[in-house]
Design a protein around this ligand. Structure first.
Ligand code: ATP
Ligand code: MG
Length: 456
């Protein structure tokens, strides 16, 4: 026996008291039946938007689709009431040509996407004409009615099938999956923004890798991420290399194992090697290399992010992770090399690039970590603890004054600052010999007497 939470029941009761029919419907009913926590409530009723508005003083009409949002403060959640609808023909695969109100709950349920989303509940009676409860039991995503017709009406439903499957850990019913294969091409009619949103919801789900494989097997991936699709045809099994999978499979495995829950980091992990097909090289001995692939990955990723209208902020993070994912953890690196790495990736992205590396390792059949990686992580923390300033240079003002044969003055600080900038940037080692040699070289070029007189 299931019960609606009190605010949801109250919305239904208010409509019923005014002699309207009203049901909770969609994802929240599905989650309630599954015994999962619900998020966001959708209701359907035969009341028209103006009638709904008058029944709920704290409500607002929020779009052209006849959805009324009802504000409830405790507990705060989204409560949306929509008038029964019956439209089916979506000429642009998303927006109904015009809204046609439905007359019955059955009619409203018949235009919904999947059986598990087409269950209505008013607190007492469950209306389930498509056996959605059976499919919840069987963990199946199945289109309401003829799957091919339903995807032809609205191509976004194909991505919803994949995403909801990955969120719930459900399989797609074979007839529904076949219909996705048949209709995959029509994904081109869906706006980049909607594809972006579905992709990010997929990335946030518990089974993003399975969703990507399903998109590959149904032909959706080839259309929305052709660069990634192509990488399934690039082998990387080779002598002297640890790889066991082709590039695409490795990418999906890396995504599966990426320990971050952040969809942005997961997406970067999925894309990190997409430059490999274009940089593939195999010599006579059979050795495969992908020289500079991270540069090509970055370029292709930039195209994808622009095409799918990622925000500037997300794009910058994803690009930094892809660009620098090949970072070396060699223990012989100097502190300044580590600092340079931190500066390039950005301090705020360090934990994320380490998460990408762990996914990359596990997704390539390696152990989660190595003593080198652990040492590197420790050193990253340490170099961040030591502030690195002019005072840390292996020479000081006395050296400058001696070399230039001058008195204390602002030029001394300027010269030190210049050398420090070069050391920080990694173009000059922080070694006394090298720094003194450069000072000597400079002292022959710069007339410091002029500078100490106030002209710089
Ligand atoms: P979630 O809110 O967790 O993403 P949901 O199933 O509630 O999942 P919504 O986008 O909130 O999804 O949609 C609410 C309901 O509206 C769905 O359960 C489904 O019944 C119906 N629906 C949504 N999008 C479509 C669509 N493209 N075609 C047909 N019905 C849809
Ligand atoms: Mg919802």
């Amino acid at each position: 026996m299931i019960n609606l939470p009190q605010p949801a029941q109250k919305i239904i009761d208010t409509l019923k008291k005014a002699k309207f029919a009203a049901y909770a419907v969609g994802g929240s009913v599905r989650d309630l039946i599954m015994g999962k926590p619900t998020k966001g409530w959708d209701f359907t009723t035969d009341a028209k938007p103006e009638e709904i508005l008058t029944l709920f003083p704290d409500s607002f009409y929020d779009n052209q689709f006849g959805t009324v949002g009802v504000k409830i403060k405790e507990p705060e959640d989204i409560y949306e009431v929509t008038t029964y609808r019956s439209e089916r023909g979506y000429s642009d695969h998303r927006h109904p040509d015009k809204i046609i109100w439905g007359k019955t709950i059955e009619e409203d349920l018949s235009r919904r996407d999947f059986t598990i989303n087409a269950i209505a509940f008013d607190g007492k009676t469950i209306v389930d004409p498509y056996d959605g409860q059976k499919d919840i039991e069987a963990k199946l995503i199945r289109a309401v009615g003829n799957p091919s017709d339903r995807f032809a009406e609205d191509a976004l439903r194909m991505m919803r099938a994949v995403r909801i499957g990955a969120q719930l850990g459900y399989m797609i019913d074979p007839a529904t999956a076949d219909a996705i294969k048949t209709n995959a091409q029509s994904i081109t009619s869906i706006s980049a923004e909607r594809i972006h949103d579905e992709l990010m919801k997929l990335m946030s789900s518990p089974y993003p890798g399975d969703g990507v494989l399903l998109m590959r097997n149904t032909g959706i991936l080839k259309i929305i991420l052709p660069e990634l699709d192509a990488s399934f045809n690039t082998q990387q099994k080779s002598p002297l290399r640890h790889h066991i999978y082709d590039v695409g499979t490795h990418s999906v495995m890396a995504l599966k194992f990426c320990p971050s829950a952040d969809p942005v980091v997961r997406f970067a992990t999925l894309l990190h090697d997409i430059g490999k097909p274009k940089t593939f090289h195999q010599d006579e001995s059979g050795l495969i290399t992908f020289y500079n692939h991270e540069m090509v990955s970055t370029k292709l990723t930039r195209n994808i992010l622009e095409r799918l209208r990622f925000s500037k902020k997300d794009s910058e993070r994803i690009l930094a992770l892809v660009r620098w994912h090949q970072f070396s953890v060699d223990e012989r690196q100097t502190d300044s090399a580590l600092r340079r790495f931190i500066r390039r990736v950005g301090k705020e992205n360090l934990a994320d690039i380490l998460a990408l590396r762990i996914g990359d390792r596990l997704g390539g059949g390696a152990q989660e970590t190595s003593w080198r990686l652990e040492l590197y992580k420790k050193r990253l923390e340490e170099v961040q603890l030591q502030p690195f300033t002019v005072a840390d240079l292996k020479i000081d003002g006395h050296d400058v004054m001696k070399q230039f044969n001058c008195k204390p003055g602002p030029i001394v600080g300027k010269i030190l600052a210049q050398l420090f900038a070069e050391v920080e940037a990694g173009t000059l080692p922080n070694e006394r010999e090298a720094l003194l040699a450069l000072l000597s070289h400079l002292s022959h070029k710069i007339k410091i007497g002029v500078a100490t007189n106030g002209e710089e």
